[in-house]
Structure formats: structure tokens, C-alpha cells
Design a protein around this ligand. Structure first.
Ligand code: GLV
Ligand code: GLV
Length: 327
């Protein structure tokens, strides 16, 4: 390639990654703190060789057409890629990549942080102390649910689900999972996890942690019916994608005491949060921080740059999502 490739990054990423990219490319970073409004995005993509997108940008035929024929790659700075229409990318001859593996352990840590905070009422306790109310240690005060030696049901037993299982094993928990596929015996042995039908898992688990991709099959997988099957002492954790949970149904279940608590990193209509959830004490909510550590965001940035460099060099990007683009 004679000219320097032209790359658009839709949000600022770790400076080391941007610097690596600038060694070989002309880079435009869109600095708007709330992301690029769609009409503006459709304009600024024109003529780019590569786009670095986030889970906040929808990548579809319209965007790819607006970019133009020299676009080689859409490199998503996220493991989830429900924002990308892969068939549209393939039809346009554009490679699409994501950032798997580098964030597995960090996201599993986030799931466990939410699980423990929700079970032991950490957010509620914090709010209570900060309210400066008078208090004294009490034998019946803010009792939560034990985590150790309880049963965790992991829904979606891929990389992150398995990393949560290894943590749970360390807490002496029994691990059951639901997944479309039966895992190889060595994975089940390493994590000590046993497969269950969904309904059995819902009834058996004290904790449920969601680790599925968002697809038409998983949208609202957790709704009123699922909450009705769960234990009244159960805690639900979601670090996957918001729409997997019917958020109003969850708020209703939490309010009615149908389940004990929830810990959420993701929301159905992100960045909005269902108003009822904001009013409830028995839900811990954080703003989509699953992979948000310094080390992991650096690793995600560098992997994204590696994918872009491979694409502009005519090589296979390390984490290509649509290999059929070469057919
Ligand atoms: C974050 O949600 C990601 O998909 O990386
Ligand atoms: C609690 O602080 C205890 O000592 O039991």
C-alpha cells in the first residue's frame, strides 16, 4: 500500500494502542464523550480503510455503503458483536473482528464482584452508611445470602462462563451450567460443572450468572416465567447483554421478593436503566464495566490494532469473525 491507511476510531482508546496505530496509519479519533450520532457517523466513515468500532455503533449495510469500497475491516473493540451484522460485512467484502480471550478473566471477576455484592448487600450497606443514619451492630441487620458452598447456575458456558465456574469452585460452590452444547469431559472435569436443562437449572441454582451472546434466541431469555421458577433466595447476575433480561419483569420480581437480588452490568435499553430498578435496594448496578481494567483495556486496544494491521497487510486477522468473506 503506497499511501498510509486511513483509520477512524469511534471513541478514544488506550493511548498506547492509538500510538501503535499512528506508526502506520492516519488516525482520526472521535472524541465526543457520548459517542457519534448516527448521521455524523455516516458522514465521517466515508473513505476509511479501517473502522475501529465499539459496541455502541451499529454496523450494517447502510454504514458499510457510507464507508465506501476501500473499507477492509471493521475491528470491534469488544468481545460481543451483536452490534455488527456479519452477513452485511461479508456481502460488502469487509472483514469483521472482535476482542475475545483478552477480557475473559476480567469479565469473570466483574461477574463475581456483582454476585458477592448482591448476595451480601454491599451497595445497600454503602448507601446506608453514607446516609449518616444512626446505627449499631445488630444480629438481624442487613442479612444476605451465603455464597460459599451454594449452587451456581451458569447460563452460556463459553470462555467467560467457564472462568466464572473456576472462581465458584474456589468458593466451594456446586457448579451447574446450561448451554446448547455439551462441553468436553475435560472442561467439565476442570470446572467441576454439570450440564442441566434450563428449567432444572432455574429451580436448582442459588446464583445464576448469564454468559450468552445476544441473539434472537436469547433475547428476553430471562423474563417473568424464568423468575417464577427461581428460588426466592436466588441472585441473578448479568454481565452479558442487557436485552437477554426483560428488565421490567426483573424489577417486578425483585420488588415482589420472587428472587432475592440481582447484579447488573448491562441494561436492556443501555445507557438507560429501568426507573423501577433505580428505586430498589436489592439490585447492584454498574455502568457496563465488565472489561474495564487498565490491563484489559490495553490488551483489547492492542488486539484491535493487530487485527487492523493484518487486514491492511492482506493477512488473516487473528480474531476474524467472518472467514466466509474470503469465499
Ligand atoms: C463488552 O461488553 C464487550 O463485549 O467487550
Ligand atoms: C461480628 O463482628 C462478630 O464478631 O461476630
Amino acid at each position: 500500500m503506497s499511501e498510509r491507511p486511513n483509520v477512524l476510531i469511534t471513541r478514544p482508546v488506550m493511548s498506547e494502542a492509538e500510538k501503535a496505530l499512528r506508526e502506520r496509519c492516519d488516525v482520526t479519533v472521535h472524541e465526543n464523550e457520548f459517542g457519534i450520532p448516527r448521521p455524523e457517523l455516516l458522514e465521517v466513515v466515508a473513505g476509511r480503510d479501517a473502522l475501529i468500532t465499539m459496541l455502541t455503533e451499529k454496523v450494517d449495510a447502510e454504514l458499510l455503503a457510507a464507508a465506501g469500497p476501500q473499507l477492509k475491516i471493521v475491528a470491534n473493540h469488544a468481545v460481543g458483536f451483536d452490534n455488527i451484522n456479519l452477513a452485511d460485512c461479508t456481502a460488502a467484502g469487509v472483514m469483521a473482528t472482535n476482542t475475545p480471550e483478552v477480557l475473559t478473566e476480567t469479565t469473570a471477576d466483574t461477574a463475581f464482584a456483582l454476585l458477592m455484592s448482591a448476595a451480601r448487600r454491599v451497595g445497600e450497606g454503602e448507601r446506608f452508611l453514607r446516609s449518616r443514619q444512626k446505627w449499631i451492630w445488630g444480629p438481624l441487620m442487613m442479612m444476605g445470602q451465603d455464597v460459599h458452598h451454594k449452587t451456581i447456575g451458569i447460563v452460556g458456558f463459553g470462555r467467560i462462563g467457564q472462568a466464572v465456574a473456576r472462581r465458584a469452585k474456589g468458593f466451594g460452590m456446586k457448579v451447574v451450567y446450561h448451554d446448547a452444547v455439551q462441553l468436553p469431559p475435560e472442561v467439565e472435569a476442570e470446572t467441576g460443572a454439570e450440564r442441566r436443562e434450563m428449567d432444572v437449572l432455574l429451580a436448582e441454582a442459588d446464583f445464576i450468572s448469564i454468559h450468552v451472546n445476544l441473539t434472537e434466541e436469547t433475547r428476553h431469555l430471562f423474563g417473568a416465567e424464568a423468575f417464577g421458577k427461581m428460588k426466592p433466595t436466588a441472585v441473578l447476575v448479568n454481565t452479558s447483554r442487557g436485552p437477554v433480561v426483560d428488565e421490567q419483569a426483573l424489577a417486578d420480581a425483585l420488588k415482589a421478593g420472587e428472587i432475592f437480588a440481582a447484579g447488573l452490568d448491562v441494561f436492556e435499553r443501555e445507557p438507560d436503566v429501568t426507573e423501577d430498578l433505580l428505586q430498589l435496594e436489592n439490585v447492584v448496578i454498574i455502568p457496563h464495566l465488565g472489561s474495564a481494567t487498565v490491563d484489559t483495556r490495553l490488551a483489547m486496544g492492542m488486539l484491535t490494532v493487530e487485527n487492523v494491521f493484518a487486514a491492511i497487510d492482506g493477512k488473516l486477522p487473528p480474531t476474524l469473525l467472518n472467514p466466509d468473506v474470503f469465499e
